[in-house]
Ligand binder design. Structure first.
Ligand code: ADP
Length: 451
């Protein structure tokens, strides 16, 4: 389904395939109906014509039963759809009895249920009448016509019985053949359809591959730059320190800067290592019960200097009652997620506030990192958690980064039973929310609880 959603052109192919099949079904059905009607008409017309010719010849030979039977047998043999041919005549009583018959009822038989057929034939002696009926699933046609004497008075009635079994068999056979052709067509269409789908699949993959290649290229140039700049800072301050002619308080400041750059390097190398660990499925989690508030204060402490340097108001917003709240996560991985989010919030905020908050709602702990920074468009938010993605904005030009932090954060959060979401307005700020199930004390083992 997702594949269909991502490749709307496939709907078109499916629709065309369906239209072809439906058209074929419709045409097959129409042909079967036309063939059926034509067959019926032909059978009736033929029966009518036979009887019309027959009745003209018969009055003279009506008395000659042998010759009559001969003629009737000839008609019967020449017409495979005719099952029986019977002549009815009235004798002393008024009843119409079988006078002579080929393959029909015995002579002298009275057929009460034929009376209405006789009535039609007698009312209009110049025409043949056909009636349709079904016997044990087979359609049958009964055609009757009156035989008149010279004065035009009906003296006998000839009745031809025709079964449609053979014709129906033929039609069923044709329909069956059409169904087989339809099935073959279906198979061909399915093959074409899946081939088409695979081509689209390859095209999509190729497009994705190109995107990944492009992102990888920019990642490599970015990563080398990212690695180089803290290294040159470290080397620069080491050169200063090597001079020896540095005041004590300056020394301390230089060492602090070296420490900050070394930490930056460590984080970067860790991110790169995490990417390969995630790609190879080698990342391991050691879950434990962690007091969220303690980690928030930790991370707050880590970034307060940086926030101060940028003159940002950086606060924790967590009511007293949630200070003891615990969740079950891998502590260092959870901290890593918080570090990523807070470091981004500070990085992408030029003025205003960054807030690290938490609350508990319906047994879910929400950790919110909110900033009044550059924000993100809806389009950017959709791609935000993909590998190497970095939003291109004027406001963040010159801000260094690899586009890996959020991708890693999402991966580790989801692998610790959590979720991450973002709400953002371009130019106003962003809110990143981590959600984890609340740990409820009495259900769990005290020994397992740390921090
Ligand atoms: P990095 O920050 O190293 O580029 P991330 O994966 O952490 O990589 O973030 C991806 C992108 O998401 C960033 O490049 C930036 O464009 C955007 N982004 C992340 N956090 C924020 C934020 N708080 N405000 C605005 N944009 C952000």
């Amino acid at each position: 389904m997702k594949f269909f959603r991502e490749n709307p052109q496939l709907w078109m192919t499916a629709l065309v395939g369906l239209c072809i099949i439906l058209s074929f079904l419709f045409i097959a059905w129409r042909f079967a109906r036309i063939a059926n009607n034509a067959q019926e008409e032909l059978v009736n017309v033929r029966a009518g014509t036979i009887l019309d010719t027959f009745v003209v010849l018969v009055p003279d030979i009506l008395e000659n039963q042998e010759l009559l039977r001969e003629r009737m047998t000839a008609i019967y043999t020449d017409n495979p759809t005719v099952d029986s041919l019977t002549i009815f005549a009235q004798h002393g009583d008024d009843a119409w009895r079988v006078y002579t018959s080929v393959s029909g009822p015995r002579e002298g038989t009275v057929l009460e249920d034929m009376l209405y057929v006789f009535n039609f034939a007698l009312t209009d002696p110049d025409n043949a009448f056909t009636f349709e009926s079904t016997h044990s699933g087979e359609r049958r046609f009964t055609t009757a016509r009156a035989i008149t004497n010279e004065a035009g008075v009906p003296v006998a009635i000839v009745v031809a019985e025709q079964g449609m079994a053979k014709a129906d068999e033929q039609i069923t056979y044709s329909i069956q053949t059409s169904v087989y052709i339809l099935l073959a067509l279906l198979v061909i269409i399915s093959i074409l359809f899946f081939r088409h789908a695979r081509i689209v699949d390859f095209a999509v993959l190729y497009k994705k591959q190109l995107e990944v290649d492009k992102m990888k290229d920019s990642f490599i140039s970015m990563a080398s730059h990212e690695l180089k700049s803290p290294l040159s800072v470290i080397r620069g301050y080491i050169e200063f320190l090597k001079d020896g002619d540095v005041a004590e308080e300056k020394k301390f400041e230089y060492l602090r800067r070296i420490d900050v750059s070394a930490e930056e390097l460590r984080l970067l190398v860790d991110d790169i290592l995490d990417v390969s660990r995630i790609d190879m499925g080698r990342i391991r989690f050691g879950p434990e019960y962690v007091t969220v508030f303690h980690l928030l204060t930790d991370v707050h402490g880590m970034f307060s200097n940086k926030a101060e340097e940028k003159e940002l108001q950086f606060t924790i917003n967590a009511p007293e009652e949630v200070h003891d709240v615990k969740i079950r996560v891998d502590k260092s991985r959870f901290k890593q997620s918080l570090v990523n989010l807070v470091s981004n919030a500070i990085k992408y905020t030029n003025e205003g506030t960054v807030t690290l908050g938490m609350k508990v709602k319906d047994e879910v702990v929400e950790i919110v990192v909110e900033d009044s920074g550059i924000g993100l468009t809806a389009e950017e938010q959709k791609k935000l958690f993909t590998k190497f993605y970095r939003a291109q904005a004027e406001e963040s030009e010159g801000v260094s980064g690899t586009g890996l932090g959020l991708w890693i954060t999402k991966y580790i959060t989801e692998h610790m039973n959590g979720s991450i979401s973002v709400e953002s307005v371009k130019g106003k700020g962003s809110r990143f929310i981590l959600r984890f199930p609340l740990f409820i004390e009495e259900q769990n083992d005290e020994d397992d609880t740390t921090q």
